[in-house]
Ligand binder design. Structure first.
Ligand code: G3I
Length: 349
């Protein structure tokens, strides 16, 4: 019995993507590259296209890893997603300050956004198929995040980002990407923001729902409501950054008052020797529930991307505290497909 290939299982329904990290892009991590090639037909760069990596100092662009990422995608015939043009996090300080350290004017910030976006999107014109243009600009209550971009430009920064990206590559699909999208407040804010773009006649093709999920949050019902209401806007829905943690979160376990103690860290890291049978079974069920939902709405969903390939490289091992042993992905530390992968084959065949 050969491994079911994820991309074959969902062929004709949606792309199955993975985030690629630096060691995969450079080719150092040969084993997970093999998994990537066998199971996935879309890639997103986990970090190498973020603004602080691409343009660490004004006018100094660093494209080596991004070039290698795109070349890998082309060589393997993959659907290539760029991530991410405008994000408050991992944006270098110089973006918002002048040489005296003062906050820049709206005019200067606009100019910097235009240069950054047009240089990056323009470089990969016709090669990167879609871009996460703006990432995480809306808070859970639906209001705008008070980022530097917002403080200086107001919501116009979002419109400008989409406009500049479209001017740089008129063929590229353009996306808005955010987390906790099942949250009703966030859903409402995202819908209003997308409508504003559409009313201005700006291009927006899709909404990325980051899938950093846990065993209880989000509820399938609320997640489904978001899939449906986003699709109703006439855009495609993508499940991006999918990973499922079985570990406790600081909110519901050990209190923040002991957050610097070893006891706190141990409480957040309960399964260092592998998952107990019942936890592993619940993990498979929970993933299956979500994939059933994705299949039910396959007419609305164009891509499901996991945030990494194997548990070994997942960012979840370092969040919210460093040095955790997490198990959030479809392939284990041993590079083998987990029971969920076999369950998915049963589900679709
Ligand atoms: O590569 C450097 C290494 O040279 C250095 O020695 C080390 C010391 O800190 O840091 C390494 O960089 C880290 C990088 O991940 C690669 O491991 C950064 O510190 C760390 O901040 C970075 O975290 C990334 C995070 O975004 C912040 O950019 C995660 O890998 C990445 O998975 C995560 O992805 C985000 C999405 O882009 C947007 N949505 C949320 C998602 C999870 O936070």
């Amino acid at each position: 019995e050969t491994d079911p290939q994820l991309k074959e299982l969902f062929a004709g329904k949606f792309y199955v993507g993975a985030a690629m990290n630096r060691r995969q892009i450079t080719g150092e991590d040969a084993q997970t590259i093999d998994l990537l090639q066998r199971h996935f037909n879309s890639i997103t760069p986990e970090n190498v296209m973020k603004s602080e990596r691409i343009q660490p100092r004004e006018g100094e662009f660093s494209f080596d890893l991004a070039d290698a990422f795109v070349a890998f995608g082309e060589k393997n015939g993959l659907h290539i997603v760029g991530h991410t043009l405008i994000w408050h996090s991992q944006a270098p300080d110089w973006f918002f300050t002048d040489s005296q350290g003062r906050e820049v004017s709206a005019r200067v910030l606009k100019q910097r956004m235009e240069t950054h976006i047009k240089t990056l999107v323009g470089r990969y014109k016709g090669r990167v198929h879609g871009w996460d243009v703006v990432n995480e600009a809306i808070l859970d209550d639906g209001s705008y995040r008070k980022s530097k971009f917002y403080q200086i430009l107001g919501e116009e920064f979002i419109h400008l980002a989409f406009q500049f990206a479209h001017e740089a590559d008129p063929e590229a699909a353009l996306y808005y990407n955010d987390y906790s999208m099942a949250n009703p407040g966030k859903r409402k804010g995202v819908i209003a923001m997308v409508r504003a773009l559409q009313e201005k006649g700006l291009r927006i093709d899709g909404i990325g729902m980051q899938g950093h999920i846990g065993m209880r949050y989000p509820s399938l019902e609320e997640f489904e409501k978001s899939i449906v209401s986003f699709a109703d806007l006439g855009v495609t829905v993508m499940i991006t950054e999918l990973d499922l943690t079985v570990l406790p979160s600081p909110g519901n376990q050990a209190g923040a008052e002991i957050s610097d103690t070893k006891a706190y860290r141990d409480a957040l890291n309960p399964y260092t020797d592998g998952l107990p049978e019942e936890v592993s079974a619940a993990f498979t069920q929970r993933y299956l529930d979500f994939f059933r939902l994705f299949l039910k709405h396959a007419d609305k969903i164009s891509r499901v991307t996991t945030w990494g390939v194997t548990d070994r490289q997942s960012w979840k091992n370092n969040w919210p505290v460093r040095g955790r042993t997490d198990y959030p992905l479809l392939f284990g530390r041993d590079q083998l497909p987990k029971p969920i992968v076999h369950a998915l084959r049963k589900l679709v065949t």
